[in-house]
Design a protein around this ligand. Sequence first.
Ligand code: NAD
Ligand code: RM4
Length: 256
Amino acid sequence: MLLENKSVIITGASRGIGAAAALECARQGANVVIGYSGSESSRPLVKDLIAEIESLGRKAVEVGAPAGDPDTGDKLVKAAVDAFGGVDVFVNNAGICPFHSFLDMPRETYLETVNTNLNGAYFAVQAAANRMKDQGRGGAIIAVSSISALVGGGMQTHYTPTKAGLLSLMQSCAIALGPYGIRCNAVLPGTIETDINKEDLADQEKRDYMIGRTPLGRLGRPEDMGGPIVFLASDMAQYVTGASLLVDGGMFVNLQ
Ligand code: NAD
Ligand code: RM4
């Protein structure tokens, strides 16, 4: 039980990496605020996730609010305080990656991606950090960045800067929040099979290429992210801040 009775907020937790992280946190003893977009289609997934967390003997509440809205962080924090009495861990995970070529990138696609992935994250991290500071018992903030913070993607020119931005945000926040005992770290997933890349990986050639680049010989699964996120959230990582952890089956280091 690495997170016994901790209050954890996770954004974009209706499915994929966020849902897997929520479940692993609950298995480790945490109560969880499930942040999600508020869309109709997400609701049944969120209900099922809450039921699964409750079956583990933990509590979960949901907050449906768009990640790009600067007020969403305040709503998530309020839900955690109302339901669990405070915030110990904030995981910024919500994100989109609508694959698109650069030269004809629609302005709206670029702006929506930056707003959802980075601008919203900034204000949500700020809201969580202010609450943690007021509580006076430290805390842990984790951004789900990406291997794409370190390397490019021709169809991801709107997306990779947001992931580099999240990594940089964690580095700067580690300095800004260290005096309050608030640790800030990033996880850098490689290619994890989820809805975000379903269409992209439906191309068998691309899929085989991505697997071929991965020394561990397979794409990632959402569950692969649970352990690393719990580790950074827990006291096992009590002297870890400003760090980034690649969780990519070795893809990044695979030159030859
Ligand atoms: P996913 O599409 O399954 O999950 C994305 C989550 O974000 C969903 O819960 C979705 O509802 C939520 N979301 C999307 N737009 C939102 C909005 N406007 N407001 C609130 N919530 C919103 O994909 P995933 O792979 O689980 O992605 C989670 C995070 O992991 C993303 O930030 C993504 O960039 C990052 N990531 C994924 C991979 C990968 O290969 N899957 C690799 C590196 C990083
Ligand atoms: C990740 C990485 C993966 C891609 C997802 C959408 O950051 O680039 O390869 O599938 O984003």
